[in-house]
Design a protein around this ligand. Structure first.
Ligand SMILES: Nc1ncnc2c1ncn2[C@@H]1O[C@H](COP(=O)(O)OP(=O)(O)OP(=O)(O)O)[C@@H](O)[C@H]1O
Ligand SMILES: O=C(O)[C@H](O)[C@@H](O)[C@H](O)[C@H](O)CO
Length: 170
């Protein structure tokens, strides 16, 4: 059983950490709604990343405003909303969390070594994000103690089981 007040779960981490795969599986298990933050990037952001240039704060702010709005809209549409979003810096997480009570919104970091993530990115086909941006993603990632961390060195099903267990005890 999830904590009764939990409405939003943000699956966060660098590009290639498995947010889309794990987030969609988690939402299915919870009979909730999953959305991939990547689907809400302005076209200019996707073009920039595709060209191999990391986003900066200015590029990210409008995107985070949209993602926060999705969190609010989903409150009325589903008992639990799972959003995949890199949420690399504390200020980005503050933007997503806004004034929500900590028990209503939790962040789950998909945690892995550079080597494992690079291997997964190398095996991924047809995605706009080039593997060359992994270094900047990892340099920008700044986890804080409020975040639940789960190792990605296991199957997606095992990761989801661990997330559920940790959320239940959080
Ligand atoms: N636990 C896992 N075991 C094996 N392969 C995995 C696992 N999780 C994800 N993958 C694979 O790794 C690749 C990256 O996963 P995914 O696209 O879900 O990452 P992401 O964090 O959503 O990336 P991005 O932010 O760039 O969209 C995919 O090819 C996916 O199938
Ligand atoms: O803030 C960022 O740099 C972006 O959100 C990236 O993390 C991508 O959206 C995603 O991970 C690539 O698919």
């Amino acid at each position: 059983m999830l904590p009764p007040d939990l409405k939003t779960i943000i699956i966060m981490g660098v590009s290639g950490s498995g947010k889309s795969v794990v987030g969609s599986l988690l939402a299915a298990r919870l009979e909730g709604v999953f959305e991939d933050g990547d689907d809400f990037h302005p076209a200019a952001n996707k073009a920039k990343m595709s060209a191999g240039t990391p986003l900066n704060d200015e590029d990210r702010w409008p995107w985070y405003a949209t993602l926060r709005q999705r969190i609010e809209d989903m409150r009325h549409l589903t008992p639990v909303y799972v959003q995949a979003c890199s949420a690399l810096k504390p200020v980005y997480r503050d933007k997503l969390r806004a004034h929500d009570h900590p028990e209503t919104l939790r962040f789950v970091l998909l945690d892995g070594t550079k080597e494992l993530i690079a291997t997964r990115l190398a095996g991924r086909k047809g995605h706009f994000m080039p593997p060359t941006l992994l270094d900047s993603q990892l340099a920008t990632l700044d986890p804080t103690p409020d975040i639940i961390r789960v190792s990605i060195d296991q199957t997606p099903e095992e990761i989801v089981n661990e997330i559920l267990k940790k959320l239940e005890h959080s």
